[in-house]
Design a protein around this ligand. Structure first.
Ligand SMILES: [Zn+2]
Length: 195
C-alpha cells in the first residue's frame, strides 16, 4: 500500500465513521504522520535507517479506523461503518488533557501494535507471565516490543513529568472528601492511585 493511501484510508474512513473529530487527538495524529514521512537524510546520498523503517511501516500497515469519540458524548449507538474485521485504534478523550508529545507517543504506540499484528494475535501467555512476575501491563512482551519500535522510530515514551497526569489531578480533587466507596470505584475504573 502506498503511504498516501494509508493516510487517506485512515483519516477518511475514521472521519466518515463519525468517531474522529477535530481536536488534540486529530492534531497529534497529523503531527505523527508528518514526522513519519519527513525525510531526514537529505544531506546524505542514502536515506537513513530510521526513515526507511518509517516508510516500511506506512507501506505495510493495514488500514486502521481511529475511534476517538468526543469527551462530551455520554454514550453512542452507532454502526461500525467499516469491514467487520477492520483494525481499530481507540484513543481516549482524556488524551485531550495530556501534553502533545505524550498524545503523539500514544498514537505511535497503538499504530505499532497494529503494524506488529498484536491485535490479531493476543499474547495471553505473555500477559499471564508478566502478571506472575509482578510486572505491570507495560512488562508484557508485546508492550516491550512496541516501546522498542517506538524508540527506533523516534517517538520514545516521554519521561513521566513530575506529578500526576491532568486526569489524575482532576480526579484527585474530585475524590477529596468523598467516601471510600466512591474512591474505590474510581480507582478501579481509572486505575489511578490516590495522593
Ligand atoms: Zn500497548
Amino acid at each position: 500500500m502506498l503511504k498516501q493511501d494509508f493516510l487517506n484510508d485512515t483519516i477518511r474512513r475514521s472521519v466518515d465513521s463519525g468517531l474522529f473529530a477535530r481536536g488534540k487527538r486529530f492534531e497529534a495524529f497529523l503531527k505523527w504522520w508528518e514526522e513519519m514521512v519527513r525525510y531526514e537524510g537529505e544531506e546524505d546520498e542514502a536515506p537513513d535507517s530510521r526513515h526507511n523503517l518509517r516508510l516500511q511501516i506506512l507501506q505495510e500497515i493495514e488500514p486502521v479506523i481511529l475511534w476517538a469519540p468526543p469527551l462530551s458524548y455520554s454514550g453512542l449507538a452507532t454502526t461500525g461503518r467499516a469491514d467487520k474485521d477492520a483494525a481499530m485504534i481507540y484513543l481516549s478523550p482524556m488524551l485531550e488533557f495530556e501534553p502533545m508529545p505524550s498524545v503523539i507517543h500514544t498514537i505511535c504506540h497503538e499504530f505499532c501494535h497494529i503494524y506488529l499484528k498484536h491485535h490479531r494475535h493476543i499474547d495471553v501467555d505473555g500477559a499471564k507471565a508478566a502478571v506472575e512476575a509482578g510486572l505491570g501491563h507495560g512488562g508484557t512482551p508485546h508492550e516491550l516490543e512496541v516501546e522498542s519500535l517506538c524508540t527506533k522510530l523516534g517517538f520514545p515514551k516521554a519521561a513521566k513529568a513530575e506529578g500526576n497526569s491532568y486526569l489524575a489531578t482532576i480526579v484527585n480533587a474530585y475524590v477529596k472528601g468523598k467516601g471510600n466507596r466512591a474512591r474505590k470505584m474510581l480507582s478501579d475504573t481509572l486505575q489511578l492511585k490516590w495522593e
